[in-house]
Ligand binder design. Sequence first.
Ligand code: GLA
Length: 732
Amino acid sequence: MNKLFSVITAVGIALSMSAASPHTGRTVRIATDNTDLILKVGDNGRLYQTYLGPKLRHDTDIELPEWWQHAGSDGAVTRRGWEAYPTAGTEDYFEPALGVVHADGNMTTYLYYVDSSTEPVEGGTLTRINLRDDKYPLSVTLNYVVYPKENVIKTWTEISHSENNPVTLPQYASGTLYFKEPEYWLTEFSSDWAKEAQMSSQQLQFGKKVLDTKLGTRAALHAEPFFEIGLNGPVRENSGQVLMGTIAWTGNFRFTFEVDNVGNLRVIPGINPFASAYELKADEKFTTPEFIFTLSYDGSSQGSRNLHEWARKYQLKDGGKPRMTLLNNWENTFFNFDQKLLGELMLEAKDLGVDMFLLDDGWFGNKYPRKDDHAGLGDWQATRSKLPGGIPALVRAAQKAGVKFGIWIEPEMVNPKSELYEKHPDWVIEQPNRDTYYFRNQLVLDMSNPKVQDYVFEVVDNILTENPDVAYFKWDCNSPITNIYSPYCKDRQNQLYVDHVRGILNVLERVREKYPDVPMMLCSGGGGRCDYGALKYFIEFWCSDNTDPVERAYIQWGFSQFFPAKAMAAHVTSWNKATSIKFRTDMASMCRLGFDIGLKELTADELTFCQQAIANWKRLNPAIMDGTQYRLVSPYESNHMAVEYVDNGKNMGVVFAYNLAPRYREPQSRVRLQGLDPDKKYIVREINLMPGTQSAFAQNDRTFSGDYLMKVGLDLFSTDKNTSMVVELSAQ
Ligand code: GLA
């Protein structure tokens, strides 16, 4: 490795870092196999981004002075460049990443390079760069982890000081990235209940575009914590340069995209500092959440594959472990069940061929039984009248039926009609002197309070202590923070949004530490929580309560941009019952497959179909769960959708093709496959057929080379509305 880029040793803090910095010209290269992020110390001793883009072949190019012209907006490079972590109060008049009000009230911060180091971490290398203000004892460490093979970089920042009194941080982003291209096109993912991850795009022009959330919990209800930027044109699936970024924070986030006076774009991701100016005590460290990004030079499809691969290896809990299929009772029974009925449903689960029965909401509360969503949240004891044998009897019944047992909880929440609220009204986020606004008749527990954290941890701990065989939790979170006021934070109310999330993460850390092998699903009134911060603790998330297969096509297409199928739970339900069980099952089979339907609703043939579809899904797991995904045909750009999965050895593949809303006599194009071995021969065979039906697939049971399939393709579509075809590829 070039000496210039090797570990740069600590040299101490320069006493005078203004004009003649001993570090001027020092370069820090943060590189994956395909991407370079180059940072350089300017002649003023401050750190600048000089390059972010495709990997540079020649180390010597990195030293060319032209980089600086690129960086500066007025030619005076060291005065107005692309500062790696721009601060408020300098000569840069655009959006800063960091704002500091020092103990003496001064609002300016200048950060100078001190030193940097690298160390190996799982899957890659961590570079730490220390910066320090020359007039105040305030330090910032920029962290970058590169995952070379997956071409993913994650970055976060640590802020600390030793001033005499606390300093206030009005803003504290995770990092900053800069681009200079003729055009920037943002793809955003707007959301709502039952309408998650809807994609739309717009060109970024001069000024700022902000994507943010202020919900506190259920934070992604209206905006997903991720985005794409087409550099030099709208984001395309298989061509063009695209930045894909996401923030690992289970709370308020903010992405600021600012195009400046000379056409530079800066991207500033972080916690949303809205109502959250943070008071930082001396020697306390403020660590920002991780911002995770990849640059793809072949469109968003490749960017997604980078993230899928990276997530399964390094971020998603149990990314390398198998997933369980399940039968959930929510849409089937809602709150109306008892021990006997659940026993019957467990037998149905076994009959269906799934691995687990998942008991949903409505099993708890005695003084205020949870018979609807008005009462009981907070009282996590089984309702005696409904479930006289409690959870132990349910676990035994599941064992007898031959399936695992999983259970729903919503431990961060409370109904005012609960014993918990009666006992601990001060554990709840609620205004002391205003009318209370209830979201789904509930309130949010104050997770900044360590006692509340203990209580929430004990919800899981008590269930597992009593029932070590409980195999799975669905952890829900249905309300945003309403009536924001924390009795615990008292006069530090502006800490609440941040400390609340930290409290949640503390609890999740404790749960993972004590029960590393108990999988949990992240749910938030559908997909209101789906960030890579939480997904360190959850093996998957519930994409949406909307399981209408037509809507799911768009929702799953959207989430697949950032998450592997393994992280996405999809269930077959009665939503849009007008469509066939096949269509509904084929759509759910693209993700972690489950069912949430009464089997009595199914005909004998439909049940047989479902049993076979589950067996097929399990057989195809090396492709769907652990392989590589290729989005072939977008529902946003056509009346169809097609998605392909190929296992790592390119021996097994599956293509899901859907006719969503084809027009009358609409001409159908062939679908070219991707990611196959051109020299292998594949038999293509339609699977997931209803009993007694013949395949109408033109190329059924024929053998083609991978080359042919990728260059010529298959006739996968028809004009039959709301129909689907699943084709298995098996290498010979
Ligand atoms: C949320 C979830 C649903 C279900 C209900 C139960 O809405 O998204 O799947 O668990 O809560 O109340």
